[in-house]
Design a protein around this ligand. Structure first.
Ligand code: SF4
Ligand code: MSK
Length: 671
């Protein structure tokens, strides 16, 4: 039976996206939303039971007890598929990190055009972590040594990836006992591919322990390197005003949308778009100037640092072209749909690929290299401006939302304690007192198989009501931005009373946007610093915190989820499970799914579960947070104790007679 076609309201909760989906339908144009409706997922592959590792297969297992031609069981096949996905996700993040380290090296040696070291303080802090001498040296010398150290971590064959030393000591001990400290980033990815080749590692638990090691090479390796170097070169983010959604596109300007992940080119395009020569060139073409915006994590990189607006998250890439207003979509790596080129041909948009690693047939390729970064960025913008005259009818939804992104871990530390005593103490104290019940990191992609942004924002809204502080990255953060959750103190009435007090006192939104996918490492750093601050146990697994990826779709998400588990977090994925196995299987016989949960929890204190129902996600999140609170001996969560201090309390007190006011404040009626 043909699958029922969903209405735009069933495909997305975003009104701008709904408008564009209706428009696409009128034009007879397909999008990822309609293709997802028309292409039912294979229920053997999606549950991890299809093996195509050798020419004797593919072996599609459909019955309990069935094996592949070589004798591989469902559990082995599921574990192997998961390990491969985690290796691919780790490779993507880490290769990004490697490129950043090479850029740092080139900047330190004066071999680039247009880049400088923007954040010398962060350079010195990061270098000091590794005992690189900093006193009496110019930034370039320090950067050169740090770049060499970071570059060496990828090809290192023996020893331990040095970045793992930044984890809590107890955590490092667990990893050492389990033999999962990564030796070198590339080595773990290569070994993952070797071990999953036909006729190699066949014990699911043994395979999955290498999934942990590979993911650690990402989270406490390649991704953390990417974040460090991006901050050093482009500045550590701090709060800034931004906007999100398709309404950021402009009718009277040349619209250039940057999409992908690496900040190296997009940062240079930001600089080039403000160049008077480029603005003049755009005016000569009849436009008011160049309007830059972003999609996916490239959007997050320039939104966090410069407040450049985000046109949307993953599922907005096609929708932005459908507006007919985009002169060029400039892409680098990851999350770029091949459908863009065919779609762009129906409009006037130029798809410009820029990475030596990514070409798409039919796209314009303008390869980007650091030594002529600014010149290439200007070439790209001139190509976009030249295309302005080809623009036809436009249909830009007048929908956008303001937001405040820019919550790096450095800024969170500073905002809580101020410049004289920057500290995580107030956050820990707020959790200890129960004002903040716990912390949830809600991250990851959009997936057209679920209603766009719904799971993200529903889970976020419900957890905020229960006094859970939410930090976000990636496409999840843009989903919240579009809904107005990242807006300073606005919307605080929808937040639990204790959390509301904290947000009012510190002056922060209840949802903190912490950056792109690689910046999930900022969350690891926050958790580590909370441990070091004291009062919440001596390791990450004791903190009342949960990680969620409600609409995940990419292999990178699986890598992130796994390194968070290895770091001690409870991680919940929504949507479908790649290890769910037989539909009628009872959970007791589901070895891999059980091992990712109970098995990993016994070893690492963290666990990975796939839970499609959002209410169940929320129930399990709160249950875990409350259990961790109880294990730490913290007071039971009682929201009625809060919500009557801070600004709200002052208003209330002003209405009381003086003596009653004094009694309320000092506990005695006073003289
Ligand atoms: Fe089939 Fe085994 Fe080959 Fe996989 S490795 S395709 S299960 S024969
Ligand atoms: S871009 S990996 S869809 S978060 Fe980082 Fe978004 Fe997921 Fe890509």
């Amino acid at each position: 039976m043909a699958k029922k076609k969903r209405t735009p309201e069933e495909q997305t909760i975003d009104p701008a996206a709904q408008q564009m989906l209706i428009y696409a339908d009128e034009l007879g144009i397909s999008t990822a939303f309609t293709r997802a409706d028309n292409l039912a997922p294979c229920n053997i592959g999606s549950t991890g039971m299809c093996c195509k590792l050798c020419g004797m297969g593919p072996c599609r297992l459909t019955k309990e007890g069935q094996t592949g031609v070589c004798g591989a069981t469902i559990d082995t096949i599921q574990a192997r598929n998961l390990v491969r996905a985690i290796a691919a996700g780790s490779a993507a993040h880490s290769d990004h990190g490697r490129d950043m380290a090479f850029t740092l090296k080139a900047v330190a040696n004066g071999e680039t055009e247009g880049y400088t070291i923007r954040d010398v303080a962060k350079l010195r802090n990061v270098a000091a972590n590794y005992d690189i001498p900093i006193e009496g040296r110019v930034p370039e010398e320090i950067a050169d040594e740090l770049a060499d150290l970071y570059i060496s971590q990828f090809g290192q064959q023996r020893g331990e990836v040095i970045v793992t030393k930044r984890a809590p000591e107890k955590r490092q001990k667990i990893w050492a006992e389990q033999g999962v400290i990564p030796r070198g980033v590339d080595r773990e990815v290569v070994e993952a591919l070797h071990r999953t080749h036909i006729g190699d590692d066949q014990d699911p638990e043994h395979l999955l322990s290498h999934a942990i090691r590979t993911s650690l090479a990402d989270g406490w390796g390649g991704s953390m390197i990417a974040t460090d170097v991006s901050d050093i070169l482009f500045g550590t983010p701090a709060p800034i005003l931004g906007e999100a959604n398709l309404g950021v596109l402009k009718d009277d300007m040349v619209n250039v949308v940057v999409h992908g992940h690496e900040p190296t080119l997009s940062q240079m395009i930001v600089a080039a778009s403000q160049d008077p020569e480029i603005i003049e060139y755009a005016k000569e073409a009849g436009a008011k100037g160049v309007n830059l915006s972003g999609i996916c994590c490239t959007a997050n990189e320039i939104l966090m640092r410069q407040g450049i607006p985000a046109a949307g998250n993953f599922l907005h890439q096609e929708l932005s072209i459908l507006t007919g207003s985009v002169e060029a979509m400039v892409v680098d790596v990851q999350c770029i749909m091949q459908a863009l080129v065919g779609l762009a041909e129906k409009f006037h948009t130029k798809i410009i690929t820029t990475s030596p690693k990514v070409k798409i047939k039919g796209a314009t390729h303008i390869e980007f290299h650091e030594e002529r970064a600014l010149s290439t960025a200007k070439d790209i913008l001139r190509t976009a401006i030249d295309n302005y005259q080809n623009r036809g009818t436009t249909k830009i939804p007048n929908i956008r939302e303001k937001l405040i992104p820019g919550f790096s871990h450095e800024y969170i530390n500073y905002m809580l304690g101020g410049s004289y005593r920057a500290s995580f103490r107030p956050l820990n104290d707020a959790i200890i007192s129960g004002r903040i019940r716990g912390v949830a990191a809600i991250v990851g992609c959009n997936n057209p198989r679920s209603k766009q942004d719904y799971l993200h924002t529903y889970v976020t809204a419900e957890l905020l009501k229960k006094d859970v502080l939410v930090v976000e990255t990636g496409c999840g953060a843009i989903a919240s931005a579009k809904l107005g959750f990242l807006l300073g103190e606005a919307g605080l009435e929808k937040v639990g009373p204790g959390l509301q007090e904290v947000c009012e006192t510190v002056g922060i939104p209840p949802v903190l946007h912490m950056g792109s996918c690689v910046d999930n490492t900022r969350i690891l750093t926050v958790l580590t610093q909370m441990v070091e601050e004291g009062g919440l146990g001596d390791d990450i697994d004791q903190i009342p915190a949960v990680g969620l990826a409600p609409e995940w779709m990419s292999e990178k998400a699986l890598a992130i989820g796994t390194y968070c588990v290895a770091s001690g977090a409870y991680v919940i994925f929504g949507g479908s499970s790649p290890v769910s196995g037989m539909p009628d299987k009872v959970s007791d016989s589901d070895e891999v799914a059980r091992y990712l949960s109970q098995g990993w929890e016994e070893i690492y204190g963290g666990k990975l579960e796939f839970i499609p129902d959002p209410d169940e996600m929320i129930r399990k999140t709160l249950g875990h947070i409350d259990k961790k609170r109880a294990d730490l001996g913290l007071s039971e969560y009682k929201p009625e104790r809060f919500g009557r201090s801070g600004d709200a309390r002052m208003v209330e007190l002003e209405e009381l007679p003086l003596s009653a006011r004094r009694e309320a404040i000092y506990g005695v009626a006073a003289d």
